[in-house]
Ligand binder design. Structure first.
Ligand code: AMP
Ligand code: MG
Length: 443
């Protein structure tokens, strides 16, 4: 590996660790400025302000059951063998401010000793009542949709004060802090905001990520191949990774290795929050992207101690950050996961930038000469409560099928010249379905 230093083209080329490269990139990223978005557009985004309740949820004390609103004291001693009878003075459907009295001149209805109000789930608990007896514990037990006015009800169970009642503010007391800034908004968080009357929410928006393929040999997938040409796979894979991470990908095409074409494409990407390029940054004679970036912007060109991958550049074209990923399809994915993914998560305002990691036993020896951190495309599985990880057969840095057959990346540290079969290694998981399957298999 030390030999690459002798091939290094130019004084600014540096040989650095994965961690250092990641840190040098992350140093330039903070969360995007907050924007107010409709609730449903905020799913999965990070809340940019703390939210306090300006009112209680539920807003009023209400019944948790269909039944009869009563004074608990009136039910003392009631049982199936010794039922007692209360006079029904009205009905409380959900949605009304107060119960409907049976007698027209009743005025404001209150539950007095010896009386009850027939009540539906979610209806305001009438004044005087402090508990609800479910239909199942009255003589309405077996009647479905019983209609018509009832004069009395038979109660077959004693209830305690507060039973089957939801007090105002039970879910969210007025004035309380409900959501902390930094919360990643899930369905329930959006529901809480809706419960408090919010239809918009202040979040860090999704970053717009421009994706540019480079190389004279690269053509769009819908074009017949001429000799020497290959289809642009990197852009589609990178765009999918951007979406999966929470960004909005913009495919801005394929630039040839000519400066003017590169300039034209970077111009198309000028409004992006981040530009990802692939190809053109390694040691070949026509890897001109590197030279272009060096002249055109403020760039650091690196050799990273990573396998697959290694050549990379990071810098700015005007004010827009650019992460230049290697051209080999698998290398560009691994580099995306190690360098671009955490940058994107930072733009999204996320505090957790690391992937999910598990430890697993390697089932085969893996070679790792060259002091690079080796990300081995692998299949991790649970067996008898333990995790095992097996490299996929073809580890070529251009072999996408290898990546597709694996479900994870096993990490061989740069200090290890080999990882023997049976050794314990860290495994990075980027896909929730795999994580869920492993969890299920471990139980
Ligand atoms: P480079 O880094 O430009 O030397 O490219 C390394 C290898 O990756 C070459 O075999 C390229 O043809 C291939 N490659 C570069 N860009 C792409 C792309 N967008 N899609 C598929 N393969 C690519
Ligand atoms: Mg090239």
């Amino acid at each position: 590996m030390a030999s690459t230093a002798t091939h290094s083209s130019g004084p600014r080329q540096q040989f650095i660790s994965v961690d250092e490269a990641r840190q040098r990139i992350l140093d330039h990223f903070v969360a995007l400025p907050p924007r107010r978005l409709p609730l449903l557009e905020a799913l999965g985004l990070v809340l940019a302000e703390s939210v306090w309740a300006h009112e209680p949820v539920p807003p009023f004390t209400n019944s948790a059951m269909d039944g009869y609103a009563v004074r608990a004291a009136d039910t003392v001693g009631a049982s199936p063998d010794r039922p007692l009878t209360l006079r029904v003075i009205g009905e409380a459907p959900a949605g009304g401010a107060r119960p409907r009295p049976h007698s027209p001149n009743a005025g404001n209805l209150a539950v007095q000793p010896g009386t009850a109000v027939r009540i539906m789930t979610g209806a305001v608990l009438p004044p005087g009542a402090d508990a609800v007896v479910r239909f199942e514990e009255t003589d309405e037990a077996d009647t479905e949709n019983l209609r018509g006015r009832r004069e009395t009800v038979t109660i077959r169970r004693a209830v305690l004060p507060g039973e089957n009642v939801r007090p105002a503010g039970e879910d969210i007391p007025s004035g309380s802090l409900v959501l902390q800034a930094g919360t990643v908004l899930g369905p329930a968080h959006l529901g809480i905001l809706a419960a408090l009357g919010h239809t918009w929410v202040l979040v860090h928006p999704r970053p717009h990520v421009a994706i540019l393929a480079t190389g004279d040999e690269i053509v769009p997938p819908d074009r017949p191949l001429e000799p020497g040409q290959i289809r642009n796979t990197n852009s589609i894979v990178l765009a999918a990774l951007v979406s999966q991470t929470g960004g909005i990908p913009h495919l801005i095409g394929i630039a040839s290795d000519q400066d003017s074409d590169l300039e034209r494409h970077f111009h198309l990407a000028r409004d992006a929050d981040l530009i990802l390029t692939s190809g053109g940054v390694s040691q070949g004679d026509y890897d001109r992207v590197k030279e272009f970036l060096r002249r055109r912007g403020r760039f650091e060109i690196w050799q990273v101690r990573i396998k697959p991958g290694k050549p990379m550049a990071f810098g700015f074209i005007d004010e827009t950050p650019v992460i230049a990923l290697p051209g080999n399809p698998v290398a560009s994915v691994v580099a995306f996961l190690q360098f671009a993914r955490p940058a994107l998560l930072r733009l999204l305002g996320r505090s957790e930038l690391e992937p999910l990691r598990v430890r697993a036993t390697l089932t085969q020896r893996v070679d790792n000469r060259g002091q690079r951190r080796h990300f081995v495309r692998a299949q991790v599985e649970a067996q008898n409560g333990r995790l095992f990880v097996t490299p996929v057969p073809n580890q070529g840095s251009g072999v996408l099928t290898g990546l597709a057959r694996g479900n994870s990346l096993a990490v061989i540290p740069e200090e290890w010249s080999e990882a023997p079969a049976g050794s314990e290694v860290e495994v990075e998981l980027y896909d929730m379905a795999t994580a869920a399957a492993l969890l299920a298999a471990l139980h």
